[in-house]
Write a protein that binds this ligand. Structure first.
Ligand code: URA
Length: 428
């Protein structure tokens, strides 16, 4: 079926058939559909939406455009975890070693920073020597050796998504839910994990800040996985403030190590352990909370992080002293009045940091934001709410003053619920 025929039927209001969806995706990977034709297709999908069955067809066609590793054939309980992105979200880095230490193998192909959110792959590259290029053979070797493999989607995975993603960006169709689901899952499903736990963020720092959109995204992610034969569930978790104590490349790696030493922020650990429980339940391993906590308390999870980093090339300097440098110039972000910390424009916080980190030729890894106060805390005028660590006085001062506008003090405020909802296969 030609691109013109598909688009002509779409224009007249006809429903997209499975064959037509496959033909558009095939056209994206082979190049037989032009950018203009794909742009028109994407806009039609964004305006009219896709039902659950059409979303599955879109996802499986995008998945089939590239390699699939089928890891669960050799590792029947291998799990994956995906976050829809947030500020200070380093959950994957903590969860992987904990689950692996409890005997649940973990594979994660992580992404680069997107918009205002930080990318796990970018953060991991702060570890000197770490090599994130994985193919199926290397991943299987890592799962055999340490039970944990974390990498970045290689060019062989979901090539259709690469082209469609660029065109979505150019045609203002990035936020279309079925397109988001197809894009995320075409890469996630490629490794062949047996179960995927999703962390769908809600609140001002999330891609879809509102609860209704977040719930629908969770429902579609879980439902599409289940339709395609992969066990899945999702937690909707708070992103109204940065997660954990630190935001910034080096500082988030340091915070990961602190968490695995048993010195983690309470809310960050609660999200991490809840997702560990979800992931292990999906593959029938049902690791209890006490067992997960014991993996941290005994040092087994930290040892797993070290073994994994060594296996993926981390240099001995980091392995022996895993403390990455932070900016030397500290500036406080202060409360403008007395009251309670009522609101944080967390998306703006993410943008301020990502722009500051990327203002030079290379990512500024030592730049960091430390949360001192959290939502709902009582504060007095001029009190420190957060602290910026910059590589020089000027950049630290500039960032601190930009961030001051993101923190709002009012007469009352509340600490948001952390794990807001759970979406399982029974809900989709
Ligand atoms: N991550 C992706 O890979 N794709 C999207 O569309 C959104 C988040």
């Amino acid at each position: 079926m030609s691109a013109f025929e598909v688009l002509d039927r779409l224009r007249t209001g006809e429903q997209l058939t499975a064959v037509e969806i496959r033909s558009a995706v095939e056209g994206a990977s082979s190049g037989s559909w032009s950018d203009a034709q794909l742009g028109a297709f994407l806009m039609a999908v964004a305006l009219r939406g896709l039902d659950d069955e059409q979303t599955s067809v879109l996802t499986s066609s995008m998945l089939d455009s590239g390699e699939t590793w089928k890891l669960r054939e050799r590792f029947p309980t291998v799990v994956d975890k995906h976050s829809t992105g947030g500020v200070g979200d380093k959950v994957s880095l903590i969860l992987g070693p904990i689950l692996a230490a409890c005997g649940v193998p973990v594979v994660m192909l992580t992404g680069r920073a997107l918009g205002h959110t930080g990318g796990t792959a970018d953060k991991l590259e702060s570890i000197p020597g770490l090599d994130l290029a994985l193919d199926r053979e290397r991943t299987e070797g890592l799962l055999d050796e340490v039970g944990l493999a974390i990498g970045i989607a290689t060019t062989g995975i979901a090539p259709a998504d690469r082209r469609l993603y660029l065109l979505r960006d150019a045609t203002a169709t990035i936020s279309s839910l079925p397109l988001v689901v197809g894009s995320i899952l075409s890469k996630k499903l490629a490794t062949g994990a047996a179960g995927i736990a999703f962390d769908v963020k809600v609140g001002s720092g999330a891609f879809f800040p509102g609860i209704d959109d977040a719930r629908e995204l969770a429902r579609r992610l879980v439902g599409t996985c289940e339709r395609l034969g992969v066990r899945a569930s999702a937690l909707l978790t708070d992103m109204a403030q940065p997660l954990g104590r630190w935001v910034g490349h080096n500082s988030e790696i340091n915070e990961t190590v602190q968490c695995l030493r048993g010195e983690g922020d309470e809310r960050l650990m609660e999200v991490t352990l809840s997702l560990c429980e979800e992931a292990s339940r999906l593959v029938g391993a049902d690791v209890a909370r006490e067992h997960l906590e014991e993996a941290v308390a005994s040092g087994a999870a930290l040892e797993k992080l070290t073994d994994w980093a060594r296996a993926q090339g981390a240099r001995s300097t980091w392995l022996e002293a895993p403390d990455l440098p932070m900016g030397r110039f500290e500036k406080s972000v202060c409360a403008s009045s007395t009251g309670a910390l009522a609101k944080i424009d967390n998306q703006r916080v993410g943008w301020c940091l990502s722009e500051a980190c990327r203002s030079g030729r290379e990512i500024e890894r030592s730049l960091a934001l430390e949360s001192v106060r959290q939502l709902g805390d009582s504060v007095t005028s001029g009190e420190e709410l957060a602290r910026v660590y910059g590589p020089d006085d000027e950049s630290a001062s500039r960032l601190a003053s930009e961030l001051e506008a993101c923190f709002h003090v009012s007469s009352s405020g509340e600490l948001p619920t952390l794990v807001v909802e759970r979406v399982s296969s029974e809900d989709v």
